[in-house]
Design a protein around this ligand. Structure first.
Ligand SMILES: C[S@@+](CC[C@H](N)C(=O)[O-])C[C@H]1O[C@@H](n2cnc3c(N)ncnc32)[C@H](O)[C@@H]1O
Length: 218
């Protein structure tokens, strides 16, 4: 979905442009935030953040940058949204792949089962298939079973304890990390990831760091 630019935009115009508009265009249900109150108890709930959807243009910008960096190697990577919630990021990523005629394995994982069903329904609305959404905890999933090289997407999903455990597993694979609202940036360096891109804007949703742990230029 292309994102028309109009300046200056008020916070509510931006919110509409970056969240509500996506659901209006595709008939999905991704915009409404969901607090953790009322969630049934699952391990690590205390370490996770509430659900909010990423901004559409932020996902598109990261896609374009990483496709540019990886070039022909792009399809060799699996894309994983770690803490996918209602599935907007894998859907936008697939739309971008489709626009450029690219094939890639695209996965969303979340530890809260109702999100997986919502994400599958949303994916079905856009593509007519449930997509690949897995109910799993970021701390314990076998990332190596998802691909031999990974592009991971994190929209501030959890605290430093889970982030540390996830990075400990991810560092064993060639991995690119897209970190939107980067909160525990010190851990990336500790696990051998190098910052390859940083951008920010007036809103915290416009702050994204991208890291890699291997030579990555295509
Ligand atoms: C801020 S939302 C991001 C949603 C989505 N990635 C996006 O950008 O639109 C964070 C998500 O991380 C999930 N989450 C938190 N802790 C998790 C864990 N340990 N394992 C898997 N998912 C987790 C939450 O259920 C929530 O859906």
């Amino acid at each position: 979905m292309s994102t028309p630019r109009k300046h200056p935009q008020s916070p509510s115009e931006l919110e509409f442009q970056e969240r509500d508009r996506f659901d209006m265009v595709y008939g999905t249900n991704t915009t409404t935030p969901l607090a953790k109150t009322g969630f049934h108890d699952i391990p690590n709930l205390a370490h996770g953040k509430a659900y909010m959807a990423s901004w559409t243009s932020e996902i598109e910008k990261s896609f374009s940058l990483i496709h540019g960096i990886l070039g022909k190697a792009f399809p060799l990577y699996s894309f994983i949204d770690i803490g996918c919630g209602k599935g907007k990021v894998p859907i936008v990523w697939r739309l971008e792949c489709q626009r450029l005629g690219l094939k890639q394995r695209i996965i969303g994982i979340d530890y809260y089962p109702p999100f997986i069903e919502l994400a599958q329904n949303n994916h079905h609305k856009v593509f007519g298939t449930p997509g690949e959404f897995i109910c799993a905890d970021a701390e314990s999933i076998n990332y190596g079973s998802l691909g031999s090289a990974l592009i991971t997407y994190l929209y501030n999903p959890f605290d430093d304890q889970i982030m540390n455990a996830a990075l400990k597993a991810l560092r064993r694979l060639p991995c690119i990390v897209i970190y939107n609202i980067p909160t525990h940036t010190d851990l990336l360096g500790q696990h051998g990831f190098e910052l390859i891109h940083a951008r920010s804007g007036k809103n915290q949703n416009q702050t994204t760091h991208i890291y890699a742990n291997h030579p990555h230029r295509g």
